[in-house]
Design a protein around this ligand. Structure first.
Ligand code: HEC
Length: 189
């Protein structure tokens, strides 16, 4: 019995580092690149929409374009590329448990003085018996975002937001708050 216990402990000790070494390398650089592409496309769509249609026009462009941009990037990359938030505007963007915990942990770090712009988490996790690489990057609230996500959204704009998103929770943010996160998942073999 004691010999068996010793043997299995020894096997475990040998097996653990070996597993870690042979695990597929998480592609952090690729994730960062995808986030940059995603953020760039969103910013460009928002910027040109604000220029031509003001906040109300931009709202409609955002509502239509944001999901399309995420879907296109997901399809071309083979990753799942999305945004989520503890206070989502689009109910379809509500977080899963993993994302919720990551965002709560980010908020604790922000409360202790870290900047939302610096917060990233990257790990290999097992979900439903399958391995996946999950990459989460905080999105800070900038001045520009307050028009549609701030504490004083103009009443007419607010009416349009609620008409499009009856369950909207994404107002009341202040500059520097974490508005949400980019969330990327890559299934691993
Ligand atoms: C013109 C209004 C408008 C502005 C300005 C705006 N947003 Fe949004 N935001 C929206 C709309 C509409 C959605 C929902 C899009 C969708 O259906 O996926 C949204 C969704 C989001 C989401 C996805 C999660 C969720 O709540 O559904 C994040 C994150 C986000 N916005 C961050 C920002 C940031 C950061 C800025 C500033 C750089 C910003 N937004 C500026 C209108 C706006």
């Amino acid at each position: 019995m004691s010999r068996f216990a010793f043997t299995s402990a020894a096997i475990l000790a040998l097996a653990l580092p070996a597993c870690a070494e042979t695990a597929p390398t998480p592609d952090k650089a690729k994730a960062a690149e995808l986030v940059q592409a995603y953020a760039g496309k969103l910013k460009a769509a928002l910027g040109s929409a604000l220029e031509t249609g003001g906040a109300e026009g931009a709202l409609e462009v955002c509502a239509k374009q944001a999901p399309v941009i995420a879907a296109e990037l997901s399809q071309s990359s083979g990753w799942t590329v999305a945004r989520t938030s503890l206070k989502p505007r689009n109910a379809a963007s509500a977080p899963d448990d993993y994302e919720r915990k990551a965002m709560e942990a980010f908020n604790v770090r922000i409360a202790k003085g870290e900047k939302a712009a610096d917060l990233v988490s990257a790990e290999v996790v097992e979900q439903n018996g399958k391995k996946a690489f999950r990459f989460i990057k905080a999105i800070p609230t900038a001045q520009l975002c307050l028009t549609c996500h701030g504490e004083n959204v103009a009443p007419e704009l607010k009416r349009k937001i609620v008409a499009l998103y009856p369950e909207d929770q994404a107002t009341g943010f202040k500059e520097g708050d974490m508005r949400g996160v980019f969330t990327l998942t890559k299934p691993l073999p």
